[in-house]
Design a protein around this ligand. Structure first.
Ligand code: SAM
Ligand code: SF4
Length: 465
């Protein structure tokens, strides 16, 4: 069932809710935080109250609650992926992005299928199993088929034991028919950020091309879900408009998807504006989000939608990434390049990149760091390949049953990484982490994990449950 309703973002209600929230006291905040520990999520009013916290003790209490919810639901796992930029051609004029059509300081390039395959080989040799395919909104002559061919190329590229097992996609909104073809191409998640939910701001920062149409973009997830893509990822580009407004609007989007399709988004992304070649707006965001506010955003989202993944990209620095792992992040990119061809040719081709990165470390270094912090890097692709998506995933996640799959799958894919791609030091740190994780497990999860790890040690690959 799809709705004709494009007005599910109600700015008046958001304004009134924020206005009321500012008048609530510390007791109200603590009551909301203890409610959040029941893992049932929070409503708009609660989120507005948490967003208004300034008192340092209450802020600590917020971070503490987020950490508890994160650990209860996600344990110590962190899913790892890499973006794959296939083209920087674009017909739009998003004032914050280096790929915007009129930016002459960026060299334009759409990778050939052979070049895409070369990029994938490099990612596979690094140990990646999940990629996020990214493109500007303009494709070479074959049009949208270019993207479908690129997905086939990614899945068809193998190197030794390795291959990409899940392709998520971040491309411009499609028609219903095109979404059906995207679904048939076997994608994992379809990801699209509204950038800003504030209609007037949206109009001010998108000056040309198809992306000017707010309604076409806000309804994209409806068409994707109607086409059968039940894992969708939403997000806001923080820095364009007041972050408190955006948080409440995100919630209205989530509720709309839940009410219409029975399930909300699979992930939420929280990109912050980063400097981009040829963009004054990217260097001077209209509504900058400082580091404390950024941590608050992650923590509030963790409490508001406890079962929805939160993605942290390499836009952020290693330190900020580390801090937000504890507050609720469940997926991270690593070793990223945002210029098409960047894995083969390096990041020095910065005049083709979309924005500056905050974390330049190679995958192996990120993995060693994550393991040293006590997290288990996971390359798992089990759920989507066993059809545990959308509602089926949530039905397992909400009663806490998904852990029985996630924990063993994280350990087996991590071991696969260590044995096939890890450097000596990373392997040592990783093996210690695996033993520690096993010692903290019990019952079926432990039995399953030990059996799967043994298979990987004996040479089996792609072991998942
Ligand atoms: N072109 C498609 C679109 O705009 O939806 C998809 C890919 S676009 C390259 C991916 C995302 O990059 C955008 O949705 C936007 O949020 C983000 N982005 C653009 N410029 C950015 C900047 N200067 N800093 C951080 N993120 C940026
Ligand atoms: Fe093009 Fe996307 Fe960049 Fe906008 S954000 S200019 S649509 S690539």
């Amino acid at each position: 069932m799809v709705t004709d309703n494009v007005n599910f973002i109600n700015e008046t209600v958001i304004g009134q809710t924020l206005e009321k929230a500012g008048r609530r006291d510390g007791q109200a905040v603590r009551a909301i935080l203890s409610k959040s520990l029941e893992l049932k999520g929070l409503g708009m009013e609660d989120i507005a109250v948490l967003a208004s916290i300034n008192d340092p003790d209450l802020l600590d209490a917020l971070f503490d609650a987020a950490q508890r919810v994160k650990e209860t639901i996600y344990g110590r796992r962190l899913v790892i992926f890499a973006p794959l930029y296939i083209s920087n051609l674009c017909g739009n004029e998003c004032l914050y992005c280096a790929f915007r059509a009129q930016n002459v300081s960026v060299r334009r390039r759409a990778l050939t299928q052979a070049e895409i395959s070369r990029e994938v080989e490099i990612l596979v040799k690094q140990g990646h199993k999940r990629i996020l395919l990214v493109a500007g909104e303009s494709y070479p002559n074959e049009g949208f088929d270019y993207v479908l061919k690129a997905i086939d190329t990614v899945y068809g590229t193998t190197v030794g034991n390795g291959e990409i097992r899940r392709v998520n996609v971040n491309i411009a909104p499609l028609s219903l028919d095109e979404f059906k073809r995207l679904k048939a191409a076997n994608i994992g998640t379809y990801q699209l950020f509204q950038e800003t939910y504030h209609r007037q701001t949206y109009g001010r920062v998108h000056l040309g091309g198809k992306k000017r149409d707010y309604d076409w973009r806000i309804t994209a997830m409806d068409r994707a879900m109607q086409a059968g893509i039940d894992d969708v990822g939403i997000g806001v580009l923080f820095g364009l408009c007041d972050w408190r407004f955006e948080l409440l609007a995100l919630m209205q989007h989530i509720r709309h998807l839940e009410d219409t399709f029975g399930v909300g988004p699979h992930t939420i992304s929280v990109p912050r504006l980063e400097p981009a070649t040829g963009s004054d707006m990217a260097t001077h965001p209209p509504k900058p989000v400082d580091d404390v506010e950024f941590r608050k955003i992650v923590a509030i989202l963790r409490l508001a939608v406890p079962y929805t993944g939160i993605i942290m990209s390499t836009r952020e620095t290693p330190n900020m990434r580390r801090e937000t792992f504890a507050l609720g992040v469940s997926q991270i990119s690593a070793g990223s390049r945002t210029n098409p061809g960047g894995y083969a040719e390096g990041e020095d081709v910065a005049d083709e990149a979309q924005f500056s990165l905050g974390d330049h470390r190679p995958l192996d270094e990120v993995i060693a760091d994550v393991a040293a912090l006590g997290y288990i890097p996971s390359f798992c692709t089990g759920c989507y390949r066993l059809g545990r998506t959308g509602q089926d995933f949530m039905d397992l996640a909400k009663p806490g049953l998904i852990k029985e799959h996630c924990d063993p799958n994280a350990l087996s894919t991590f071991l696969e990484y260590l044995l096939d791609y890890g450097s000596g030091t990373t392997r040592t740190a990783g093996e210690t982490m695996i033993q520690k994780a096993l010692s903290e497990m019990s019952g079926e999860s432990k039995r399953r994990s030990e059996a799967m790890l043994e298979k990987v040690r004996q040479g089996r690959r792609d072991v998942f449950c």
